[in-house]
Design a protein around this ligand. Sequence first.
Ligand code: GDP
Ligand code: MN
Ligand code: MN
Length: 253
Amino acid sequence: MDHITVIGIHGLPLIQKGDNIASLICKNQIFQNGDILCIASTIYSKSKGYTKSLKSISPSDRAERLARLNGEDPRFVQVILDASADIIMEHPFILSELQFGHIGVRAGVDQSNIEDGMVIFLPPDPMKAADGLRSEIKKISGKNVGVIITDTCGRSFRRGQTGNAIGWSGMKAIRDFRGDVDLFGHVLKITEEAVVDEIAGFANFVMGESNNGVPAAIFRNCPVWTGHDNLYFTKDEDITRKLLKKELDHECA
Ligand code: GDP
Ligand code: MN
Ligand code: MN
């Protein structure tokens, strides 16, 4: 019988630069082999010092222009531009492509759950971050645990944000159903299930967005799946990206 348990991790401190998240969580929880640990990117970034003080930032001309366009603080916009490998849309909000493949609103830069005047940006290599956490947990607890680093993200077509996986280790991102047959014997041609995002979505629900203080969750007894890690479309496959980019190029011309 499928009976998945989800445990929200309470009782962690406000994370500071230099804190060892793996060791804090291992002191708080006893892991079992096969557990999947979801961690909010916000605490990973705080622990590694992926934060900036707005005071320290001098905005470029482009940051000043986009800030005026969107009614934002130019220094905040500069952090977004610095975190972006490419800009896909400028208005009504900045949509950024990050070096590691993720496309997100304001490059995933946050001003919440950190002191006034500070901002948090996403880890530059979340896959490596997830690998690192997974091996530290193995070292401390002796258990084989999968790790997903999550962020709350907006989406197209629907209102409301959901949790997405931005880094993962110990599992495949996508469960590939192509070639499988359905209940009526039809061969599935398209279906690839983004399991890491589904788990991240539920983890995000358990964590909450504001002052819950639950920056991590454990999933126990998940079924095992096989598939692949090509979660991000290539530039050529991504129809939405192409259309938005064309629009932006047109505006700039
Ligand atoms: P994001 O989705 O990664 O941007 O993170 P959020 O800011 O939405 O926070 C997710 C959850 O983690 C919420 O329950 C926050 O209250 C909690 N949280 C954020 N920072 C900390 C922290 O430093 N310590 C603890 N204990 N909880 C935190
Ligand atoms: Mn965030
Ligand atoms: Mn969140």
